[in-house]
Design a protein around this ligand. Sequence first.
Ligand SMILES: C[S@@+](CC[C@H](N)C(=O)[O-])C[C@H]1O[C@@H](n2cnc3c(N)ncnc32)[C@H](O)[C@@H]1O
Length: 267
Amino acid sequence: MERYVLRGGQWGYDRLKLLARMKRDETLELFRRAGVRPGMRCVDLGCGGGEGTFDLAVAAGPGGSVTGVDMDAEKLALARESARERGSGNVEFRAGNVNEWDEPDTCDFVYCRFLLQHLARPADLLRRMWAAVRAGGVIAVEDADFDGLFCDPANGGFDFYKTMYPEVCRLGGGDPTIGRKLYRYFGQAGIPGAQFRLAQGLAVTEDAKAIAPLTLEASADAITGAGLASADQVAAALAGLRAFAATPGTLCGDPRTFQVWARREAG
Ligand SMILES: C[S@@+](CC[C@H](N)C(=O)[O-])C[C@H]1O[C@@H](n2cnc3c(N)ncnc32)[C@H](O)[C@@H]1O
């Protein structure tokens, strides 16, 4: 069984909020292409702070609904508070382990973002996600591929992040290059007619570049705990990466994001 390697709670919630802001346009494009529409009953697995869940709720409209599932109770409490503030009446957040989630034939849109890279048995979850899709419904996933990260100019802190995050993700039982495998996994899970899209983000603003140091910071305990580096080495890399992110004119590539979706034939 895997171990989630990123810091959660309020700190993790704040990081995910920034990440969601940076990824929102690409995700909305996925929802559009995959055909999310009013009235759909949707599920967002590994929903984190629920930013994607709220966008789904808007697309599903008052006649539809969305359930966000996550194992981090603290993030879910913040997501519920946010739902109250937004007046989102068609959203519910449920605590649970997605490895135990199994709700055949109950949903019109079954979705997860940046979850599968953390799972030891992603294809098992894909099978259960597909089983949950009712006739005419859709499965959609998006996930990253950490190969090919780049920055300009060269930066030692960025190199450290580029080596360490994938390594600690693997040691935790996950797969930092899962993005490129999703299309194949759909086939292996018996999901026909997969469609796909590849998004390569480029971080140029200070906000967008902050994701890299935040992800390194989020995995710092796991990196030192696994003996991959000392706390001093992590701190030095973080200082270098933060300075890089704050310097105008520098840029870095986000991990490529693969989006894959498929529709079940209408009954
Ligand atoms: C990288 S975050 C992505 C959150 C959200 N989908 C987004 O894109 O903003 C991964 C989320 O999956 C959750 N998670 C990881 N493993 C899980 C599991 N086995 N069961 C439920 N949630 C899990 C984590 O708590 C975290 O909130």
